[in-house]
Design a protein around this ligand. Structure first.
Ligand SMILES: [Zn+2]
Length: 487
C-alpha cells in the first residue's frame, strides 16, 4: 500500500489527480488508507475518474495487487445520483450515496436522528438477551451493566454527542437489565437510578452516567488536538475551523457543522454542570504543554474526567459507605442497599403494594418484619450479633438499626486493619442473618444462632483467605479463637 501512497502523492503534486484543497492550509487531500482499506477523495471531474482508474491499473501491473471493484463504491457529494451512476461506469464499481459506514463509523449521517443510533441500541438489547441475565445475581448484573454495557458504545460516543433521548433509551435498557434481568416481567426498582449512577465517593454505586462518559470521551479530542497540533487530522480541523491559527485554543465554526463542531459543543455540557472548561484544558504559561488533573503519566484519563462529571451531577453526599474489596460483591451490594433501607423485607414489600402472606416477623411473630428488625433487633439477630462480638472479643452492644451497627464497626478502635476486619465480619453477619431469614421463608429451614455463627466464621475465613490482598489469615484455629488478632 505504501507504493500506492507514493503514486497518489505524486499524481496529486503533478496535477494528474486533483485532491480536495483544505482551506487555510497547503493540504490537498487525495487519499486516506487504513490497513488495506482505501478512500480516494478528489474533485468531481471526468479527469479525476479516468486518471484514478489508470493509477489503480498501473498499481496492479507493478505490484500484482488488484483492487476488488465489486467491493468498492463511488460517492458524489452535492452531485445528482444519476451522474454518480454514469461516472461509476469507467471505474467499474457500484454507485452509492451518503450516509455510509466506514470502519464501523457512520459517515455523512445526521447523528441527531434517532435512526443513526439504532446499531448501538440494537447491540445493547442483544447483549441483554445473550447474557441469560436471569441466572445472574443483582451484583453480577450490575458488574456487567457497568463493565460491558457501559463500554459498548464508546466507539460512537467518542465521536458523536448522543441526543438526550438516546442516552435515556440506553440507560433505560441498563436499568431494566439490572432490576429485571430480562425485559419481560416487572419488578421493583429498589434503589433510585440516580443513586446507582452516582459515584461511590458520594454514597452511590458508581455505575456512572452515559451522558458524562460521552462528554469525557469528546473532551479527550481537545487534549489530542492540543498535544498533537501537527498531526494530519489536527491540521485539517485547524484549516476548517481555526483560520487565525490559534493552535492552543480549541474552537469550532459551528456553521460548518460536522464532527468537530459536535466535539466543541461538549463544552456546553460542562457548563451545564458548572465546570469551567479551563479546569480540563489548561496550558502552562508558555502555552507549550498541557496542565490538568485529568492527564495521568502523559495520557488523558477519560475515567478520571467522567468521575469528576459524575460528582458534579451528584453534589449531595449520601453518607460514606465502605466498599470492602475483601467481601464478595453480592454481599457488599446487599449491605449498600440495606444501609439505605432498600431490601425486600415484608414491611418494604407491603409499602410497595406487593402481596405477602404475612408481614410479621417469622420468629417474634408479633412485630412487623422491617429491615432493621431482621438484621439487628429481632431476638435471633441480637443473639447472633452478641455471639459474634464475643467471638471478636468486643464488648457486647445492642443495636436498633443497620446504620448503627455499621457506624459502630467503622469507628471501632484505632487500628485501621482491625477496623476493616471488624467491618468485614459485620458485613458477613448481616448477610448471614438475611440468608437465614430467606432460608426460613423459602426453604422452611430454621437455623440456630450457633449454626449461623459457624457459617459466619467459615465464610469470612474463606473470603479473607482468598480475596484479601494480604491473605494474612491462614490459621483456622487462631481465627476461631481471636479473629481480630489475625491481621
Ligand atoms: Zn423478629
Amino acid at each position: 500500500m505504501e507504493g500506492l501512497n507514493v503514486m497518489m502523492k505524486a499524481a496529486n503534486e503533478k496535477g494528474i489527480f486533483d485532491g480536495v484543497h483544505i482551506p487555510n492550509t497547503n493540504i490537498s487531500l487525495s487519499h486516506l488508507f487504513y490497513a488495506d482499506d482505501a478512500l480516494f477523495i478528489g474533485d468531481w471531474s471526468k479527469k479525476n475518474v479516468y486518471n484514478l482508474s489508470r493509477i489503480l491499473r498501473c498499481f496492479y501491473v507493478v505490484s500484482g495487487l488488484k483492487v476488488n471493484f465489486n467491493k468498492s463504491r463511488v460517492f458524489g457529494i452535492g452531485v445528482d445520483f444519476e451522474e454518480v451512476c454514469e461516472w461509476a461506469g469507467p471505474l467499474g464499481c457500484a454507485p452509492s450515496s451518503l450516509p455510509f459506514t466506514y470502519l464501523g463509523v457512520p459517515v455523512g449521517e445526521n447523528m441527531n436522528k434517532k435512526k443513526a443510533w439504532k446499531p448501538i441500541v440494537d447491540k445493547f438489547r442483544s447483549k441483554l438477551s445473550m447474557w441469560k441475565a436471569k441466572t445472574l445475581s443483582l451484583s453480577g448484573r450490575m458488574t456487567l451493566a457497568k463493565a460491558v454495557l457501559g463500554n459498548l458504545p464508546t466507539f460512537y460516543l467518542s465521536l458523536f454527542s448522543a441526543p438526550i433521548r438516546i442516552i435515556e433509551e440506553l440507560e433505560n435498557i441498563q436499568r431494566q437489565f439490572i432490576w429485571r434481568g430480562d425485559a419481560e416481567k416487572a419488578t421493583v426498582h429498589w434503589v433510585a437510578w440516580e443513586k446507582l449512577k452516582a459515584p461511590k465517593q458520594v454514597g452511590g454505586a458508581g455505575l456512572g452516567s452515559l451522558r458524562n462518559l460521552n462528554l469525557a470521551l469528546l473532551a479527550k479530542w481537545w487534549w489530542k488536538f492540543k498535544t498533537r497540533p501537527d498531526s494530519f487530522w489536527a491540521r485539517i480541523v485547524m484549516g476548517f475551523h481555526n483560520p487565525a491559527n490559534r493552535p492552543w485554543f480549541c474552537f469550532a465554526k459551528h456553521n460548518r457543522g460536522g464532527v468537530w463542531s459536535c466535539i466543541d459543543k461538549a463544552k456546553n455540557g460542562l457548563w451545564k454542570l458548572n465546570i469551567d472548561v479551563k479546569e480540563i484544558m489548561n496550558t502552562n504559561d508558555g502555552g507549550l504543554s498541557w496542565r490538568s488533573d485529568f492527564v495521568v503519566d502523559g495520557v488523558f484519563s477519560v475515567a478520571r474526567l467522567r468521575n469528576r462529571l459524575d460528582r458534579a451531577s451528584h453534589l449531595i453526599c449520601d453518607g460514606d459507605f465502605w466498599w470492602l474489596n475483601s467481601v464478595p460483591k453480592k454481599v457488599v451490594n446487599f449491605i449498600w442497599r440495606a444501609k439505605q433501607g432498600r431490601i425486600p423485607s415484608a414491611e418494604a414489600l407491603r409499602k410497595r403494594n406487593i402481596q405477602v402472606p404475612s408481614t410479621m416477623c417469622g420468629i417474634c411473630e408479633h412485630v412487623e418484619e422491617s429491615m432493621d428488625h431482621i438484621l439487628t433487633s429481632c431476638s435471633l439477630a441480637r443473639n447472633v450479633i452478641t455471639m459474634v462480638l464475643k467471638w471478636c472479643n468486643v464488648l457486647p452492644q445492642f443495636f436498633s438499626g443497620v446504620n448503627e451497627v455499621l457506624d459502630f464497626a467503622r469507628n471501632w478502635g484505632h487500628c485501621p486493619k482491625k477496623k476493616e476486619l471488624l467491618t468485614c465480619i459485620i458485613y458477613g453477619t448481616l448477610w448471614s442473618l438475611w440468608k437465614a431469614r430467606n432460608d426460613r421463608i423459602f426453604k422452611e429451614e430454621s437455623s440456630k444462632p450457633a449454626k449461623i455463627l459457624d457459617y459466619i466464621k467459615t465464610s469470612i475465613f474463606t473470603w479473607r483467605k482468598y480475596r484479601s490482598s494480604s491473605g494474612d489469615i491462614v490459621d483456622w484455629d487462631k481465627w476461631c479463637c481471636a479473629p481480630l488478632n489475625c491481621t
